[in-house]
Design a protein around this ligand. Sequence first.
Ligand code: LLP
Length: 418
Amino acid sequence: MDHFDLNDGALHCDGVPLETIAAEVGTPVYVYSHATLVRHARVLKEALAALHDPLVAFAVKANPNPAVLATLAGEGLGADIVSIGEYRLARAAGMPPSTILFSGVGKDAAEMAEALAGDVLQFNLESVEEAHMLSVVAVAAGRTAQVAFRLNPDVDAGTHAKITTGNADNKFGIPASQALDAFRAARDLPGLEVTGVTVHIGSQLTRLDPLEAAFQRLGELISTLRADGFDLKIADLGGGLGVPYGPGQPEPPTPEAYGAMVARVTRDWNIRLAFEPGRLISGNAGVLLTRVVRVKPGEKHPWVIVDAAMNDLMRPALYDAYHHIAAVRPSGRRWTANVVGPVCESGDTFALAREMDAVAPGDLIVFRTAGAYGAAMSNGYNSRELTPEVLVKGDKWALVRRRINIADAAAAPVPSWL
Ligand code: LLP
């Protein structure tokens, strides 16, 4: 459930007409619903309530907007981070270090040192080489880093290849056959204390069985490690649960079904569980609001050219992702059309032969389910501006990221020798 609804014939976010935001901020613009973020955080926490003291750490990469993070911090969520930039955003949003998990295959020494000084809960390591670097950093700082290794369970997540992370041929984690040796190596390093295990097999998963298989393998690893004398405190089960993207798209399992599966599989683990949901929390809490620039006749279907492009929302170009498209003020007439942006690539296509509301130049439309990996992945290709973001709470709204021209913002002087 979300809070984007038709009211008097026009789409609103909570109590605010999207037309008002478009008129005042311009388009394209991302619009987030505070009530939906809060609802998703609560639904997930409720689904995990049977577990002992679960940690829900929002995957900041899905939506690093400071106002979004502050909203989630207010709901007691922590953060799963993959860079020191995300660490700083999470801390600034009020997420305590004891709720921060540091993931990622390529943390560098400077990032490790800053996160260690800030006392993050756990570094989720992806190689013995990384463990060695972190130990050196920790010893130099006179500290001990709490660490887990990420298991690569070699399970096919059944999602798009580019967002699959738990296959043997993905760069992530450590294979089960090498895991015990890796944990023993970390135990012998002076700057580290082994505190946990972790797994994450991919994103937008629409079935529970791959997750269950991965968790079972993690359970086997926990038993092996305990038999070897490890005192494990945290099992981090990653993120990945999919969300509904709209009509005709695979329906993901409910958070309740996910929680029940986790409770069943982990019944005898006697360990604190952590979760790293991203899309589940913010995906359906956001839309990308855009205006139709013109409609050009096509061979089969009209081309609807909007003022958003692949740089604003990369998911269709990168993963052939489906985003539901709706008119902000639907006329009731429907048609089949292609929806594209102004960027000079054929990949700048949001939808082909899409059955949708009929629209005309000047009309506003939304791409739904754009609150995760939308603005987060936007860029300035074609010298376009970075998309602004708005947060709506009840009948209040505010600009929470300005529209900026990154070519201007990043410009350095042209060298005099040129
Ligand atoms: N934990 C780790 C270690 C991750 O790598 C990710 C996502 C998450 C948690 C959160 O996954 P979620 O719950 O959001 O599925 N840009 C792609 C998605 C990339 C996901 C990367 N890792 C997309 O737009 O579909």
